[in-house]
Design a protein around this ligand. Sequence first.
Ligand SMILES: [Fe+2]
Ligand SMILES: [Fe+2]
Length: 475
Amino acid sequence: MSSINYSEKIPNNVNLSEDRTLQRALEQWQPNFLGWWGDVGPDGSSNFDVYLRTAVSVDPQGWAQFGHVKMPDYRWGIFLNPAEANRKIHFGDHKGEAAWQDVPGEHRANLRRIIVTQGDTEPASVEQQRHLGLTAPSQYDLRNLFQVNVEEGRHLWAMVYLLHRYFGRDGREEAEALLERRSGDQDNPRILGAFNEETPDWLSFFMFTYFTDRDGKFQLCALAESSFDPLARTTKFMLTEEAHHMFVGESGVSRIIARTCQLMNELKTDDPARLRAAGVIDLPTIQRYVNFHFSVTIDLFGADQSSNAATFYSSGLKGRFEEGKRADDHLLKGQTYKVLEVQGGQLVEKDVPMLNALNEVLRDDYIRDSVGGIERWNKVIEKAGIPLRLKVPHKAFHRNIGSLAGVRVSPDGRVVSQAEWDANVARWLPSAEDRAFVGSLMGRVVEPGKFANWIAPPVMGINRQPVDFEYVRFA
Ligand SMILES: [Fe+2]
Ligand SMILES: [Fe+2]
């Protein structure tokens, strides 16, 4: 007889030890997860002691405990926010009814699809980032990378818990498949496009955590409104972790910009060639990375008109961002929303039923939110007395999904010919040469308190530790 107390082996607040079937299923999945982590998780990291934040419960004392741990010993757990008594469905056709504690049969396939699609992004990003530890610009940054990685691993656990607990055999099969797909794999890729792109360097990593983890925030916020209460409670807790990922991205890009501006002033130049020779990343290159990551990420919201989006909303599976704070009828029937399309060589707005445009609604909420960080980056440039400003490209630029897919649009929103696109694309998107240059800067810095030449130190350390704290102890 096994005497393993599973409620200790997997930290959780879902009474795992009282559900033997679920316990056994997760017991079988756990070694496969660790095998996946060993195969395609952070490269060469298994002996490092890393100063990580671990959640052991969802209350303020328990969700952010800091200490050095070996990453494969990280306590990936299952945490749901506390249940809200008598929670009611607050949008869609079931509005006013009690929230579901189990999966209604008629919504089973759609809910499973939503959970699998979210779950698939979590291990994908770990795979995309797996080689970055080899070129970390500092111990502080290495620690932040690993923090993001272990939490994406925990987000996978969160979705797998839902699949195992509520979807029986097909849920268990989906949980296995989540460990089998691979980012960028020709035969068995991850589900969504942006999660099959490479994250080859640290500028890409910071852009990814700023832009693409923010897509995560908006998807999770929409799912936190779900009528399926366990999904709502799970995603609410995931959001507490997501905030740190976006902080890593925003502060990372900000520190790169600060260092570049410092060199621009020291050398009194804005010539990219001279700045590159001095070993920093010129601002036009940073703008091209913004253009790339922004456009690839807004594709993640899906087609601008989608009958699935309407179904997910009306049946109560997925709400809007901050659904509860909106002062409308939360049914949206008969309402319209503006989407873009090309007519006679021009971008024009047209009104479509809002229910079908809910992907576009969420994309527009995302765009408003992501612009904020760009403004803070511009403050750094402004403070240095440099006139250039970064901006997000037009939302029709470089799109691959929906009615704008394949239409050639410049970053400032003009429909252009293929010839004009070809002549300018190297100014608009990172070229092979840009990527090779950024790649050439990447080299590992391991001494506490030391930073690579192309990035400024952070203003503060993690958990009030000094910047030169030993965040990673190398074995
Ligand atoms: Fe995540
Ligand atoms: Fe994340």
